[in-house]
Write a protein that binds this ligand. Structure first.
Ligand code: PSV
Ligand code: MN
Length: 440
């Protein structure tokens, strides 16, 4: 398809990317895709793996886009706006609609309250429906003070020494559940910034007990078919201690609350070199892994594009996730979400790259020969164990990802299509250069 024709369609449909546009833009690359897919299929077949089955799993794997990641993210040193940012929730859903049309992997949104309180619920639901987007976990926010709020979270929220502050934070979480119910969400994610920046500032045991009691109160307002996901993080914004600092604390609190409470793993919430795959494995064995925030990092909670820094670690994590999904019926279906921030890249391009990296790691993990691995582990054949992992990791699975997208009428190459269709340029001409998306 000529680029000029793509542009014509993009303008005509006001950035609604239709199947027809994508079929046209896929035409050129289709023959080479078919050749690569057939070649890979043949090789996988010899190794006892069924390409169509793997492709089907990739098609079903949907990841929620965080509503706060569609505009430019800032650092504490500043924020550089990105032109054409969505200025309200409906426009954010339009952006996710674009991502979903191209990748066929972004069929959900995770909303942050109060950044994204719907003004018109039926319009928001209708917009999401029109793009095939479901409402994943709702995120509460007790790490910032809201306009006109009576109490301040400066010294913590659910853990605060003041009962009035704790009650306000509990009520906020209950309000978020109510908003989520109206939209059809089924879970609440709680992340607390509560902690201390200096030794002696906080009484550890009281802070933890207060947090447990507050979470229990929120839990008691959880609808029957909802889950509560408890996120942990070692540091930031507090630099000496954080009340829910690690997976063990989250796991303990989830157990204290009850069977609908789970731990949420955010990949950026670990100290350097932590063995995250082992944490995933332990939580799934105990049936307590409820949700996932994908991102990547070099040093701390860097919120970088998934797979951009440590793709092998991501593969190892997916290896445990796949094992758990196949062998741990005690663990529920997971809430898959991205939690990233984009300081210098086009947020939509960054999210497309993240979605691709997630699917790639998942596909590679599906290739691991588990039977052979089990035997090698049993025989203490260490070299063979490593060979089995590396064999899967080194396979170029991109033709499988392409086929999964094609089967669902997405783009063969989402980033290329995004650029050919001049999506950002069109968004800028629709929205201008001054809009600022709500979020951090
Ligand atoms: C905190 O760092 C976090 O990971 C939590 O999930 C928040 O909801 C999100 O980032 C956005 O601030
Ligand atoms: Mn997170």
């Amino acid at each position: 398809m000529e680029i000029s024709q793509c542009q014509f369609y993009a303008q005509k449909y006001k950035m609604k990317i239709t199947e027809t546009i994508l079929q046209d833009s896929n035409k050129l690359a289709k023959a080479s895709h078919d050749r690569n897919y057939d070649h890979l299929s043949e090789n996988l077949d010899k190794a006892g793996k069924n390409s169509a089955e793997i492709t089907g799993k990739l098609e079903d794997f949907q990841v929620a886009i965080p509503s706060w990641a569609l505009g430019a993210g800032g650092t504490r040193f500043g924020r550089f706006s990105f032109a054409g940012e969505p200025s309200n929730l409906l426009e954010k859903l339009d952006d996710i609609g674009i991502l979903h049309a191209l990748t066929q992997t972004a069929g959900a949104v995770s909303l942050h309250i109060p950044w994204d309180i719907p003004e018109d619920y039926s319009a928001v639901k209708e917009k999401a429906r029109s793009h095939g987007i479901a409402f994943e976990a709702m995120n509460s926010n007790t790490f910032q003070d809201q306009k006109n709020s009576k109490e301040s979270y400066k010294h913590g929220s659910l853990s605060n020494t003041s009962e009035a502050v704790r009650e306000q934070a509990i009520q906020h979480n209950i309000d978020v559940i109510k908003i989520g119910e109206k939209l059809g969400s089924k879970s609440l994610t709680v992340w607390l910034a509560d902690g201390a920046s200096f030794p002696g500032q906080s009484h550890f045991q009281s802070a933890l007990s207060n947090t447990e009691n507050s979470l229990k109160k929120i839990y008691s307002s959880l609808p029957e078919d909802w889950k509560m996901l408890i996120e942990y993080k070692p540091y930031e914004p507090n630099f000496y201690s954080t009340v829910i600092q690690d997976w063990g604390t989250s796991f303990m609190l989830a157990n204290a609350c009850g069977e609908k409470a789970y731990t949420l793993v955010d990949l950026g919430h670990h100290l350097p070199n932590t063995n995250i795959e082992q944490i995933v494995s332990t939580l799934m064995l105990k049936g307590k892994l409820g949700g996932f925030h994908f991102n990547d990092s070099k040093y701390g909670d860097d919120d970088l594009t998934v797979g951009s820094i440590k793709p092998y670690a991501l593969f190892l994590i997916f290896n445990e996730l796949v094992y758990g999904m196949e062998n741990n019926p005690q663990n529920p279906d997971l809430s898959w979400m991205i939690d990233a921030s984009h300081n210098i890249k086009d947020p939509l391009e960054d999210l497309i790259q993240s979605l691709e990296a997630i699917q790639e790691a998942y596909a590679k993990a599906l290739l691991v020969d588990r039977k052979a691995l089990g035997a090698a582990q049993q025989n203490h054949d260490v070299s063979l164990c490593q060979e089995i992992f590396q064999q899967a990791y080194r396979t170029d699975v991109r033709p499988l990802l392409e086929r999964a997208r094609l089967n669902r009428n997405g783009a063969l190459n989402p980033i290329k299509a995004y650029r050919e269709l001049k999506v950002r340029e069109n968004l800028i001409s629709e929205r201008g250069t001054e809009t600022v998306a709500s979020g951090l």
